[in-house]
Design a binder for this molecule. Structure first.
Ligand SMILES: [Cu+2]
Length: 80
């Protein structure tokens, strides 16, 4: 189980959130998605490792852009 956070720019309302949620949910292994247009926060939980590139591509597919955000308490190393 892994959790990864991202900052999404360009979202303005609930429909934006839904678009991002739909695209990210198509990534294999994703079990939970938290997204807020207000803060731009996107938190993805998945079984196994999370492929940053896949998440960023999914957000791009939805029409927005994302960057990886600070990770705390995750088993993965962000190399920071
Ligand atoms: Cu919107």
């Amino acid at each position: 189980m892994a959790t990864a956070s991202y900052k999404v720019t360009g979202m303005t309302c609930g429909h934006c959130e839904m678009s991002v949620r739909e695209e990210v949910s198509e990534i294999p292994g994703v079990t939970d998605i938290k997204v807020s247009a207000e803060t731009g926060d996107l938190v993805v939980t998945a079984v196994g490792e999370i492929d940053d590139a896949a998440v960023l591509a999914a957000v791009t597919e939805a029409g927005y852009s994302a960057t990886p955000a600070f990770r705390g308490g995750s088993s993965r190393s962000a190399g920071l």
